[in-house]
Design a protein around this ligand. Structure first.
Ligand SMILES: Cc1cc2nc3c(=O)[nH]c(=O)nc-3n(C[C@H](O)[C@H](O)[C@H](O)COP(=O)(O)OP(=O)(O)OC[C@H]3O[C@@H](n4cnc5c(N)ncnc54)[C@H](O)[C@@H]3O)c2cc1C
Length: 493
């Protein structure tokens, strides 16, 4: 089939059953009609449709033997390929203001990298190399949307997963039979779980297991319709309000869900790694999946920082605060975030190299810097919106007020410097949904944590960063000054 349309996505989602629980009820009937999911599913459908728009076609899809596939499946061989991937990913990110971090290109990128590093999986069992290659071809052919779950439940973080008092909480292998592997237990957290086609159950990108953790160590993929697989959702932040009232929540509420495996049978052809903590520990870095995922994340970061810049500038203009120096300083902080992320992208592509798997791979140093920085940058961007908007972020009557008898008061007292009250309220509701609503708060938490615990990420960053040239230079200087000292101490010597 190749690159699909929004209608293809919705049709498949409604056709394939799945077990999704929300607010104490199991979702019955078509997913695309459920109030918690219908709007975000329309946004997902829009992303797929963008692939087919005339002006996007050559960037967002590529040709293989007459069929066109989504560019996030393109295996980059040149820097131009990487640049095309980046443009495609930025187009999707711009369509959501960066608010749907888990647009399908995120995991497509991981799978693309892993499929090229199939030999890595063969170290566990020869058949697993074929499995990952076939699975990539299948996802690409059907242009599927994937979710993933990497983290064991938060029971007692002082102990490893195998040391927990109840070893049955985290998802683990309970049986291996002719058909496949049986998994029981739970995992955190599947963003977009209920609105995707399949789930990747993979190791953490960051945390390391030991041999004792082998029963909890695996990489596999199954359809969301698999028997025994359950999603337990948090409450939705799409409260059924209009685009005027909740401009972001009513469009881009991705949903996060706990994943339960109730004796789920994973067929052998969907197993990629099994009971090998060592191979699981290095999976994302050795296959360079982390690098290609981070490249997607960087496009989202640029789009999101640019989106905040647009919102903030409109607010500044609306209430006439642009002449104040501290406002200019805050705005320049946002610009700095945009330009820093763009520079990381330029550097990542300029310094790209072909890796041992034959894939043109963006440079890790700029990507790693971006992924360390943005979890701290984004909360600050949101804080700046709060600091600039002040009470304006609470003077935001709803759409019902705008059509009520109270409208003349709103028109009179909520007028802005350059726009009528209705436009000002619309703008400040957008700023509120970015910086203060449940949707906006979740975006901040997402940016802090979605790539792993930032504290431990920073630890790995520090430990793995090559500091030798910098240290060497300082040592040389110290040695030079110690010989000068010697000369000074014995001027005649
Ligand atoms: C909005 C959102 C969406 C997400 N989406 C997904 C998804 O789609 N798929 C997925 O797999 N995961 C997802 N995650 C989960 C994400 O991977 C985790 O939040 C992240 O890895 C941190 O793990 P944790 O939440 O279990 O926190 P914990 O590891 O439990 O950490 C909690 C606190 O304890 C501290 N801490 C815990 N252990 C240690 C330690 N050993 N040393 C030092 N400090 C420690 C941490 O620093 C932190 O302050 C999502 C998270 C969020 C918030």
């Amino acid at each position: 089939m190749g690159a699909r349309t929004g209608a293809d996505y919705l049709e498949r989602m409604d056709r394939e059953g799945r077990e999704v629980w929300i607010d104490g009820e199991r979702v019955e009937g078509p997913m695309s009609k459920h109030p918690a999911f219908r709007n975000v599913m329309q946004s997902m459908a829009h992303l797929y449709d963008l692939q087919h728009e005339e002006q996007n076609r050559d960037v967002m899809t590529f040709d293989v033997g007459g069929s066109r596939y989504g560019t996030s499946f393109l295996v980059p061989k040149t820097k131009d390929d990487l640049a095309q991937r980046a443009r495609m990913m930025k187009t999707w990110a711009d369509a959501t203001g960066g608010m749907m971090g888990r647009s399908p290109d995120y995991l497509n990128s991981a799978l693309m990298a892993m499929s090229q590093a199939a030999a890595y999986f063969a170290e566990n069992a020869p058949a697993y190399a074929e499995n990952i290659r076939n699975y990539f071809a299948y996802v690409r052919e059907n242009d599927l949307a994937l979710t993933h779950t990497l983290i064991n439940p938060q029971v007692n973080r002082a102990l490893t997963v195998s040391q927990q008092a109840n070893p049955h909480v985290a998802a683990h292998v309970v049986e291996k039979n002719k058909q496949g592997v049986v998994i029981r237990g739970a995992r955190l957290l599947a963003t977009q779980g209920p609105i995707t086609d399949e789930i990747l159950v993979f190791p953490s990108t960051l945390l390391k297991g030991t041999e004792e953790d082998n029963p909890y160590s695996f990489a596999f993929a199954i359809p969301n319709s698999t028997k025994g697989l359950r999603y337990i959702c948090r409450e939705t932040f799409d409260y059924g309000k209009s685009h005027f009232d909740h401009p972001l929540g009513s469009r881009f509420e991705e949903m996060d869900a706990l994943v339960v495996f109730d004796d789920v049978l994973v067929p052998w052809d969907r197993v990629f790694l099994l009971e090998d903590a060592k191979l699981c520990n290095n999976l994302h870095m050795q296959t360079h999946a982390t690098l290609h995922m981070t490249h997607q994340v960087l496009q989202k970061n640029i789009a999101k920082a640019e989106f905040v810049l647009g919102v903030a500038e409109e607010m500044v203009d609306a209430i006439g605060i642009g002449q104040f120096q501290h406002v200019q300083e805050k705005m320049s902080e946002i610009i700095l975030a945009v330009e820093t992320m763009k520079a990381f992208n330029t550097a990542a592509i300029a310094d790209a190299t072909v890796d041992e798997w034959g894939v043109m791979t963006p440079a890790w140093n700029p990507l790693n810097a971006a992924r360390q920085m943005f979890p701290k940058t984004y909360p600050r961007l949101v804080e700046i919106i709060q600091l600039l908007g002040a009470s304006g972020l609470m003077a935001i009557p709803s759409e019902s007020d705008m059509t009520s008898a109270i409208r003349p008061d709103i028109d009179a007292y909520l007028v802005a410097r350059n726009v009528p009250a209705a436009d000002r309220v619309r703008l400040f509701r957008l700023a509120w949904d970015t910086a203060l609503s449940a949707f906006g708060s979740r975006q901040v938490l997402y940016e802090r944590y979605f790539f792993g615990d930032p504290v431990r990420m920073a630890g790995v960053y520090y430990q793995s960063y090559d500091k030798s040239a910098a240290v060497e230079r300082v040592r040389r200087l110290l040695e030079e000054s110690s010989s000068t000292d010697a000369k000074t101490a014995h001027p005649m010597g």
